[in-house]
Design a protein around this ligand. Sequence first.
Ligand SMILES: Cc1cc2nc3c(=O)[nH]c(=O)nc-3n(C[C@H](O)[C@H](O)[C@H](O)COP(=O)(O)OP(=O)(O)OC[C@H]3O[C@@H](n4cnc5c(N)ncnc54)[C@H](O)[C@@H]3O)c2cc1C
Length: 419
Amino acid sequence: MTKRTVVLGGGLLGITTALYLAREGHAVTVVESESVASGASYANGGMLTPSMADPWNSPGVFKTLLTSLFDPHSAMKLRIKAIPSLSFWGLRFLRNSRYSQFEKSTLSNWALADLSMREMRALRDEIDLNYEQEFVGTMKVFRNQKGMDHALSVAGLLGEDRNTYSVLEPAGAVTLEPALADVVDQLVGAIAYPDDESGDAEKFCNCIADELLRLGADVQTGVTARDLVVRSGSVQGVVTSAGEIDADNVVVAMGPYSTKLLRRCGVRLSIKPVKGYSVTFDASGVSGAPRIPVVDDAMHAAVVPIGGRLRTVGTAEFTGYDDRLSPARVENLRKLLGYLYPSVESQVDTGAGTAWAGFRPMSSDGLPYIGATGVRNLYVNTGHGHLGWSMAAGSGRLLTDIITGSEPSIDPGPYEVHR
Ligand SMILES: Cc1cc2nc3c(=O)[nH]c(=O)nc-3n(C[C@H](O)[C@H](O)[C@H](O)COP(=O)(O)OP(=O)(O)OC[C@H]3O[C@@H](n4cnc5c(N)ncnc54)[C@H](O)[C@@H]3O)c2cc1C
């Protein structure tokens, strides 16, 4: 009998899960309160980076957060008013910054991101996907040795068999990305990751939504999930703003908004929203525009070419669900373009850049939640933090294997809800 599966959330994680389930013959309904990819998947950094699989709560994060309280320009910013809402999650986030957990989370995130890269290749072969994808790798540039040493330790932890990378002198970084020539004297070095990819996550989600429609799935936008129907320990449907939908399985993939809905039936996930920003500039006609996504390690931010646009992206604000755009944060990202590429910035109308902010669904141990819950037939796929684009296709595949009872191609243990 055909299984009726409702997927809540039309971001990267919901939409990829829906696709794999529809391909396995499930009758899929996606319920999305706004439009497809309107949350964190809308204008993110666009980079698929198994190379940067390390969680943000690395050893030393406590000091970074503490000093950020008094530094308005800090890349990772804790706001005093957000501290009470972080309570248990915050303590776990700090406790999980010990090296053993950092190592475990990095390796498990890498496994999922690696699976994603394989799944993305397969999807591109099977579906006509145009999401302004690029295969030029990524590069991290460093303005101090401490930052470079940390990135080298992560690269060393992943090892050469998992991660291809090359360590570059500043001149080598300019050879790879000539647009960096203006700042060569400010760099101590760079690391290039040739196997990373990039592309527009929102366009990808909409291509997948089209494919879902072609497969006969139902994609309901502008419909909000309000509650889960649970009887005798088993989920049987969803109460939405447009009525009740019966289901054999429900997948919750609503980013940070997943926690509230799940708590109502006793499922607790340790996830908080961490706000990030991007500003997207029209770069058509710019001469000498950058070609490769470059992460400026000292700024904890990146400049990413996406089609004819340049997107500056970064910052991590612990500020609850406050979705207002902080003018200081937006200004920092506008300035980043000139900080990294002065000659490019002089040709771009930076005032006309489109500013955006989204909530990364950040788990307190740096790993996503993928799998079954204590409620029968209720599953989750969320908590991917700053790596949701890098891990989306692999996560959708993994959860589908779990739901259909197929042998998963990676160990699902690290991502289990009860871990
Ligand atoms: C500034 C920034 C830059 C980033 N850069 C990168 C990057 O370069 N590489 C990378 O790998 N990752 C990056 N990320 C992380 C990545 O974007 C996220 O991890 C990913 O988008 C999360 O996807 P999601 O599907 O879990 O959540 P979302 O995209 O937020 O989707 C959840 C969806 O659920 C919907 N929803 C919420 N409540 C309800 C409800 N009650 N009923 C129905 N629907 C509901 C929302 O409208 C939303 O569309 C970045 C994130 C940010 C913010």
